[in-house]
Design a binder for this molecule. Structure first.
Ligand code: PBG
Length: 327
C-alpha cells in the first residue's frame, strides 16, 4: 500500500520510552491537603459523604500532620467547624477561634509546613451565607471589614497564606489593606478568584455544616455557563493584589484553568472539590472503577490544563502511591 502517514506509535514503544517522553508529572509538593478542625477532644469523626476525610479535634491534629509531612506533602489548608455560630460569624475572626488555635498549634509543632487559612464566614454564620445578611440580601461592603479582620487574626496566629473564598467584590483589596495595616505585608493572598456556584460542593457542606439556610450562593458565586467572566474575576483580583489565583471546582472547569494560566502570570491553583472526591470514592467502594488510576489521571489532567498546585482530599493517597511507585 503506497500511502503516507506519521508513525506516532514509535514514541510509545516501551515503558522507558513513554517515561522519557512524559510531559507532565505529579509530585507530593503539588498538593495542598484540606483539614477540618473541630472543637472538643478525642474527636476523629469521618464525614459520611467523604470516606477517609475526618473532623479532627486539636489533640489529634498533630498526629495527622505528622503523617502528612512524612508523605512529603508541604502544605495544608485549614477549615474550622466551630461549635458556636451567630449572624455575623464572630468565631471566624476571634483570636481563639478554632482555625486560629489550630494554626498556632500546627505552626509551633511543624514550622516548615505551609499553612493556608481559608478565609470565609459561611462555616461561622448561623444562616450559612458567606456574608452579612439583611432582609434576605447578602451585603457586600459591610462583609469586607469582617473578612479583613478574619485574615489578620489568621495571620497573627501564624498562617503562611490567606485564602479568601467568599466571593464578595473587593475582598482581595480589603484583605490586602488589612494585612498591610497590621504589619503582615509579607503574607500572600491565594484568592478563590474564579469560584462557581457548583453542585460539586455538596459533600463539603455536610463536612463544614455550611449549607445556606435560605436561598443559594448564586448572587456571589459564578454561573457555571460563563467563561469570559472568569477572566474578569481573575483580572480584578490580580489588580487588587492577589498572589495566587484559585479556580474552583476543577474537573468540569479545565478550560477555565487553561484560560487563567494563559492570561495571567501568577501561580494557578485548582480546588479539586468534595464532590469530585466523593464520586470517585463511592464508585471505587462499589468496585466500579480503578481508584488509583482514575485519581492519577484526573490530577495529571489538571496539571496539563495548567495548574501549579492542587488542593485535594486525595493528597495523602496520591503521595503514598507516588512513593510506592518509586520503590
Ligand atoms: C465556602 C467554601 C466552599 C468550599 C470551600 N469553602 C463551598 C461553598 O459552600 O460555597 C467547598 C470545598 C469543597 O467542596 O471541597 N467558603
Amino acid at each position: 500500500m503506497n500511502i503516507e502517514f506519521t508513525r506516532h506509535r514509535r514514541l510509545r514503544n516501551s515503558d522507558s520510552m513513554r517515561s522519557i517522553l512524559r510531559e507532565t508529572h505529579l509530585r507530593a509538593e503539588d498538593f495542598i491537603y484540606p483539614i477540618f478542625a473541630v472543637e472538643g477532644e478525642n474527636k476523629k469523626n469521618e464525614v459520611p459523604s467523604m470516606p477517609g476525610v475526618f473532623h479532627l479535634s486539636l489533640d489529634l491534629l498533630n498526629a495527622e500532620i505528622e503523617e502528612i509531612v512524612s508523605l512529603g506533602i508541604k502544605s495544608i489548608i485549614l477549615f474550622g467547624v466551630p461549635e458556636e455560630k451567630d449572624d455575623v460569624g464572630t468565631q471566624a475572626y476571634h483570636d481563639n477561634g478554632i482555625v486560629q488555635r489550630a494554626t498556632r498549634q500546627v505552626k509551633e509543632a511543624f514550622p516548615e509546613l505551609v499553612v493556608v487559612a481559608d478565609t470565609c464566614l459561611c462555616q461561622y454564620t448561623d444562616h450559612g451565607h458567606c456574608g452579612i445578611v439583611e432582609n434576605g440580601k447578602i451585603l457586600n461592603d459591610p462583609t469586607l471589614d469582617l473578612l479583613a479582620r478574619t485574615a489578620v487574626s489568621q495571620a497573627k496566629a501564624g498562617a503562611d497564606i490567606i485564602a479568601p473564598s467568599n466571593m464578595m467584590d473587593g475582598f482581595v483589596a480589603a484583605i490586602r489593606y488589612g494585612l498591610d495595616e497590621a504589619g503582615f505585608e509579607h503574607i500572600p493572598i491565594m484568592s478563590y478568584a474564579v469560584k462557581y456556584a457548583s453542585a460539586f460542593y455538596g459533600p463539603f457542606r455536610d463536612a463544614a455544616h455550611s449549607t445556606p439556610q435560605f436561598g443559594d450562593r448564586k448572587t456571589y458565586q459564578m454561573d457555571p455557563a460563563n467563561r469570559d467572566e472568569a477572566l474578569r474575576e481573575a483580572q480584578s483580583d490580580i489588580e487588587e493584589g492577589a498572589d495566587f489565583l484559585i479556580v474552583k471546582p476543577a474537573l468540569a472547569y479545565l478550560d477555565i484553568i487553561r484560560d487563567v494560566k494563559n492570561n495571567f502570570n501568577a501561580p494557578v491553583v485548582a480546588y479539586n472539590v468534595s464532590g469530585e472526591y466523593s464520586m470517585i470514592k463511592a464508585a471505587a467502594q462499589n468496585g466500579w472503577v480503578d481508584e488509583k488510576a482514575m485519581v492519577m489521571e484526573m490530577l495529571i489532567g489538571m496539571k496539563r490544563a495548567g495548574v501549579d498546585l492542587v488542593i485535594t482530599y486525595f493528597a495523602k493517597d496520591v503521595a503514598r502511591w507516588l512513593k510506592e511507585d518509586q520503590q
